[in-house]
Design a protein around this ligand. Structure first.
Ligand SMILES: [Zn+2]
Length: 348
């Protein structure tokens, strides 16, 4: 089968050892670092998209192969459908072309980005252990759409030295937030694990910083926002400043609960060392453009995504009675996921 690659560097044409695209939607998936997977239902290949060089070929013992999703490190999930045996299996193939049968099997298997899911008939669904997605996963492998690989949003972390915030605490909070948004919304955030120390006060030419002034970032309230913005705001990515405490009431669309604050409309978060688990994850939601949702604790419908919602909080200036779970709940609804993904593009 002939393939053409059109790119800014020019066009390339080569022949792949495949017969045809038997199932167009499940025949080609991008991998990482310039490779792609392809199948004609009989053979699965990994090839270099620049010149068509085939790295490996794999063939199921019986049945037809249909490509599912590529995972990090160029692993591939393949559906193997055997009409004779009336079976469907999911096979995982590693970077070297070594295939492993997964424990997922049954009829009407479906692969869902974010998690690997399968259904038995059409009524029940079960999730396999969550998958950590790679740097250039194909967002909708079987959705009939071709999209580019997704870029990372860079996260930068600072810690006000005088506050002596435990670096173990900082790492666990930041990593839990990054992992949450990856799993829930497939938003790829990258942090190099560096915690940049920063002084509480920074002297400016002709203006020495005084402790307990509005330029002091040890204990931040509304007055400290301009200095926070001046020192840390960047055009892209997300910046997080850990310090002793966030206090006072911020007005307007700002979020504050004496634990953390997101500067409204900005990709900048300040967080105190007393912040509970998931508070930073909630603040990421604001940076991604999500407002609060009114959401109450009693689990009348405990499976609903609107209970224990991550973005629970006061809505409107007069809505002071909000019964949110503490720490924030784990749920997001579909429109929140869509909005957050849209918001994420602004941070690239
Ligand atoms: Zn909030």
């Amino acid at each position: 089968m002939r393939a053409s690659r059109l790119s800014p560097a020019g066009n390339a044409q080569y022949t792949l050892p495949l017969v045809n695209w038997t199932f167009p939607n499940e025949s080609m998936v991008l991998g990482e670092n310039g490779v792609a997977f392809a199948t004609d239902a009989q053979q699965v290949i990994l090839f270099n998209v620049a010149d068509g060089t085939v790295n490996w070929m794999w063939q199921p013992a019986s049945g037809q192969a249909r490509l599912g999703v590529s995972l990090e490190a160029n692993r591939l999930m393949v559906r193997v459908v055997d009409y004779v045996q009336q079976s469907e299996d999911i096979v995982s193939i590693d970077n070297a072309g070594l295939a492993t049968l997964t424990s997922l099997s049954g009829q009407s298997l479906q692969l869902a980005p974010g998690d690997v899911a399968y259904s038995l008939g059409s009524t029940s669904q079960k999730k396999a252990p969550a998958v950590r997605w790679g740097e250039s996963t194909w967002p909708e492998a079987s959705g009939g759409q071709i999209r580019a690989a997704e870029n990372f949003i860079t996260v930068r972390v600072y810690s006000i030295s005088e506050a002596h915030v435990d670096p173990v605490f900082v790492r666990s909070r930041v990593n839990e937030a990054i992992f949450y948004w990856l799993l829930m919304a497939r938003i790829h955030l990258k942090w190099d694990q560096v915690i940049q120390p920063e002084p509480r006060c920074q002297n400016l030419p002709g203006r020495p910083c005084n402790v307990n002034s509005k330029e002091d970032l040890f204990n931040i309230n509304l007055d400290g926002v301009p200095e926070l913005v001046r020192r840390f705001l960047k055009p892209t990515g997300i910046d997080i400043v850990f310090t002793e405490a966030i206090t006072g009431i911020f007005v307007g669309p700002i979020h504050i609960n004496a634990r953390a604050a997101t500067v409204p409309g900005k990709n900048l978060i300040a967080i105190g060392e007393q912040a509970e688990e998931d508070v930073l994850t909630h603040e990421f939601g604001h940076v991604l453009g999500l407002p609060h949702v009114p959401n109450y604790l009693p689990p009348t419908f405990p499976d609903s995504d609107d209970y224990y919602n991550l973005m629970c909080g006061s809505v409107g200036a007069l809505d002071v009675i909000v019964l949110c779970s503490s720490p924030p709940g784990p749920n997001l609804n579909e429109s929140q996921i869509r909005d957050a993904r849209r918001g994420a593009r602004r941070l690239l």
